[in-house]
Write a protein that binds this ligand. Structure first.
Ligand SMILES: [Zn+2]
Length: 135
């Protein structure tokens, strides 16, 4: 079994609802995402997947959909204020936690056909959430 890991960084803002702690305040993070791919056999070039292709595929989507965006739960009172101002933000059906970011990124890459087996989402240097589907 072969595994490769690609790291992508991006910046985002959020705040959590029904939560007491720093992430209850509107703020931002510099996220680091580790994307782990797996293959039982290498392709004819000797790759699980070309790092350049993986980096371009993952980074393009992250840049286009996640980077420098504000993520709020759908019932956050800020949503109405920002919508009235015409501000760009992303409304989610759940709290924008590191766990949900890890799952969101995993599901997108899997839909794109990448042999992803795990996404580790570093919200900070010391706090990491991981998503891997149950076998
Ligand atoms: Zn936070």
């Amino acid at each position: 079994m072969f595994r490769i890991t690609e790291t992508v960084r991006f910046c985002y803002g959020h705040r959590l609802m029904e939560y007491v702690g720093k992430c209850a305040r509107l703020h931002g993070h510099n996220a680091r995402v580790e994307i782990v791919l797996e293959a039982g056999r290498l392709d004819p070039r000797g790759f699980v997947m070309d790092f350049d292709q993986l980096e371009a595929t993952a980074r393009r989507w992250i840049d286009d959909t996640l980077d420098h965006r504000l993520f709020l739960r759908h019932d956050d009172p800020l949503c109405a204020v920002l919508e009235a101002q015409g501000e760009v933000f992303v409304k989610l059906p759940h709290n924008p936690t590191a766990e949900h970011f890890a799952e969101m990124i995993f599901r997108h890459l899997a839909r794109e056909g990448l042999p992803v087996v795990r996404v580790r989402f570093h919200e900070t240097d010391t706090s990491v959430a991981e998503y891997a589907p149950t076998p």
